[in-house]
Design a protein around this ligand. Structure first.
Ligand code: SF4
Ligand code: SF4
Length: 477
């Protein structure tokens, strides 16, 4: 597997080390060290939870710069369906496409149209593999990474179908190259993305060796300019190709509607997903579900970190806008998609591989030894999971200690325990030194004060030690 990358970076200047984000991260990918949050690269899945929770806007999602478009002779914009839900003024879908073109691209290719085709491909796959489900949707890269790192046994259930944006870029390059006689490598496809997870998926694709997409531009970065262009845009250019079904892929429930599956679940929000995936892993669904639509963001892609509009408002806007399009593909176009599907046009080139972050070392014997050590350390920690050490739980601190990236005294209770013990030793030593001079008296006074302070520590450890001593005593009896 390719080295894991991510597209969220932390601005140290803004971070106050408040530890809010370490508790929220679903893959325990953040630590606070020396008062600043740090991301563990292999664990980050780009879900954007830290962006939503941080009061100081320290986590910053990254996308490509528009400068990158200059590397190509011919540029094509690929607007995500979620873009259509971003405008309160409710322009028509055709006006939005005209505004996207007016940003300076040579062409626009609708991801929603590719979603129409992908929906048919998924429907056919599920029909051919009925009873082998639940099949997990493969369009949200944050969900794919979550499954890789937390539910590796479920990677085999991920649909081996390309995401709509990859299909859009593949079709856009082939059609443009054929129509305008331009080599495909001179055509640049740029995704107008709702989230940083898609930026990472283009750099490190999970279903392809190389992405067909050449760059990803954040919807939020283009929003103001797009609003201006929409104000001046008249209905022009080609009519919208996508159907209402393709456009509603931008919101939760859109995929299941488009796939037309009877036995489905549509789940949005990372914590809801964790719960459902856990149940699937435990076999609780028992193949009753054919298709599970999984979207990391609340409300679906309209809730992505690069969107601007409130996701609830965007969902309604998108539904209304879909009402302006034809409800589904004409039979003749569907036949064409089915022909492409039979040739494997929409199929993934490679399977999604599991990616374990939970193992402490590649060497299994060493990893087992490290787990044993971390269990021993964990027993010495208070078990409060307070986060004061900069780790999300006492267990993660124990693992970090074994891995050499933290020390026991990062735990504030262990630190106080050590200070108390040190103060007691210092006092005992000072009392042994005759004759007592004025200076020594002063030192002893200070030491007594330190000891008094140390005694005011929370009694957690003392009680815990007392309990464990009592238990030991009982066992011996
Ligand atoms: S939430 Fe995380 S990134 Fe934001 S200020 Fe607190 S520690 Fe820093
Ligand atoms: S639900 Fe959509 S916007 Fe959110 S992470 Fe997944 S692909 Fe990105």
């Amino acid at each position: 597997m390719k080295k894991s990358t991510y597209s969220i970076f932390l601005d140290e200047e803004r971070c106050t080390g408040c530890t809010n984000c370490i508790k929220r991260c679903p893959t325990e990918a953040i630590r606070v060290r020396d008062g600043k949050a740090k991301i563990l690269a292999d664990r980050c899945i780009d879900c954007g939870e830290c962006i939503r929770i941080c009061p100081n806007h320290a986590p910053i999602p990254q996308s490509d710069s528009r400068e990158k478009t200059k590397q190509f002779k011919y540029t094509i914009a690929l607007p995500d369906p979620a873009l259509f839900g971003q405008f309160k003024t409710k322009p028509s879908p055709r006006q939005i496409l005209a505004a996207v073109l007016a940003l300076g691209f040579d062409g626009v290719y609708e991801v929603a149209w590719a979603a129409d085709a992908v929906s048919i491909a998924i429907r056919e796959f599920i029909r051919e593999h009925r009873g082998e489900g639940p099949w997990l949707s493969s369009s949200c890269p944050a969900v794919i990474r979550l499954i890789q790192v937390r539910f590796p046994s479920l990677t085999e259930q991920i649909l081996p179908i390309l995401s709509p944006v990859e299909v859009a870029a593949k079709l856009a390059k082939e059609e443009t190259s054929w129509q305008l006689d331009i080599p495909q490598q001179e055509i640049g496809c740029f995704y107008l993305t709702p989230c940083p997870a898609q930026v990472t998926a283009i750099r490190a694709p999970y279903h392809l060796e190389h992405s067909y997409v050449d760059g990803a531009l954040a919807i939020s970065d283009l929003y103001c300019e797009l609003r201006e262009k929409i104000a001046g845009a008249r209905e022009q250019g080609e009519p919208v190709k996508a159907t209402a079904l393709g456009l509603t892929w931008g919101r939760v429930g859109g995929q299941t509607r488009a796939v037309q599956s009877d036995n489905y679940l549509a789940v949005d929000g990372i914590y809801n997903l964790l719960q459902v995936l856990e149940e699937i892993e435990l076999g609780k669904f028992d193949n009753n579900i054919d298709f599970l639509e999984c979207q990391c963001c609340q409300g679906g892609c309209v809730g992505g970190a690069f969107t601007v509009e409130n996701p609830f408002v965007a969902r309604v806007t998108l539904r209304r806008m879909a009402g302006q399009l034809r409800p589904k593909l004409e039979a003749e176009k569907e036949q064409k998609v089915l022909e492409y599907n039979r040739k494997g046009y929409y199929r993934a080139e490679k399977e999604v591989e599991p990616y374990s972050i939970m193992s402490l070392d590649k060497d299994i014997a060493k990893a087992i030894y490290m787990v044993e050590q971390s269990e021993k350390i964990l027993k010495q920690l208070p078990g409060l999971d307070c986060g004061s050490c900069g780790c999300p739980t006492c267990r993660t601190l124990a693992e970090d200690i074994v891995c050499g990236i933290a020390t026991e005294t990062d735990c504030i209770f262990k630190l106080r325990e050590q200070v108390q013990s040190l103060a007691e030793q210092m006092l005992a030593l000072a009392l042994k030194v005759p004759p007592v001079t004025l200076v020594q008296r002063q030192i002893m006074k200070t030491q007594r004060e330190v000891l008094e302070l140390a005694k005011r520590l929370p009694p957690v450890l003392a009680k815990r030690n007392q309990k464990s001593n009592q238990k030991k005593g009982g066992e011996e009896e």
